[in-house]
Ligand binder design. Structure first.
Ligand code: 13P
Length: 249
């Protein structure tokens, strides 16, 4: 039985005072742990605050991206080793906003995934198709291509300590959630794709769903056989909503 993980991606939201309130509420409710795991992904400047408040609790924290390079003249970038110094356990890689707004190709995402693994972080690899791609019937082709680029770069061994998140682009921040069956179908496809290389690893791989997860739809989504939790955007900024989603897991 895979443990469920509920991860809050704050995106570019937050502020010291507001974070403190939000984290305090989370610590009170799920800080001692429970049947599922939780994590928050804060903007880089708040990693120290997250570390300060969350160390010793059951809530993990991480960053929303990282550089594919270890160090050097890369203005504005942050390395895996820096994230480790701030106690990060996880890092999100290949979020659709990074792909579409910042031009991250499948190859760049693969390099970042590898940098995370080599740096001792657990990457949460995001995969997802656009609405146009779904309507053209190429969802599996797109997801398969995104996945294969990482498999090629990192090898199946690179997935030994990784998490995958299926985030259909058309469901992110739109209020239009994938139906549990739509999500389940893609999750099963991803697990099957990994199983070709390593069936045992595929069976224990956590595959999260992300895209307009709310307290009202979380339980149904998390009830599907291959959905092992969620990557939560908007609802992770409201303590009550995020905690309700954690409870659903
Ligand atoms: P929303 O939950 O706001 O749709 O965002 C999902 C997401 O992109 C999480 O990474």
């Amino acid at each position: 039985m895979r443990r469920k993980l509920v991860a809050g991606n704050w995106k570019m939201h937050g502020g010291l005072a507001r974070n403190r309130d939000l984290l305090q509420s989370l610590i009170q409710a799920v800080g001692k742990g429970g049947k599922s795991d939780s994590a928050v992904f804060v903007p880089y400047p708040y990693l120290a605050q997250a570390q300060d408040m969350l160390k010793g609790t059951a809530i993990a924290w991480g960053a929303q991206s990282l550089s594919e390079h270890a160090q050097g003249a890369y203005t504005g970038e942050v390395s895996a080793a820096m994230l480790v110094e701030f106690g990060c356990r996880y890092v999100i890689v290949g979020h659709s906003e990074r792909r579409s707004l910042y031009g991250e190709s499948n190859e760049t995402v693969a390099a970042k995934f590898l940098a995370a693994v080599n740096g001792g972080l657990t990457p949460i690899l995001c995969l997802g198709e656009t609405l146009a791609q779904r309507e053209q019937g190429v969802t599996e082709e797109v997801i398969g291509g995104q996945f294969d680029a990482v498999l090629q770069a990192a090898g199946v061994g690179g997935f030994a300590n990784a998490v995958i998140a299926y985030e259909p682009v058309w469901a992110i921040g739109t209020g239009r959630t994938a139906t549990p069956q739509q999500a389940q179908d893609v999750h099963a496809f991803i697990r099957g794709r990994l199983a070709v290389s390593d069936p045992v690893l595929a069976e224990r791989m956590q595959i999260l769903y992300g895209g307009s997860v709310k307290p009202q739809n979380a339980a149904e989504l998390f009830g599907m056989a291959d959905i092992d939790g969620g990557l939560i955007g908007g609802a992770s900024l409201v303590a009550q909503d995020f905690l309700a989603i954690c409870a659903a897991a």
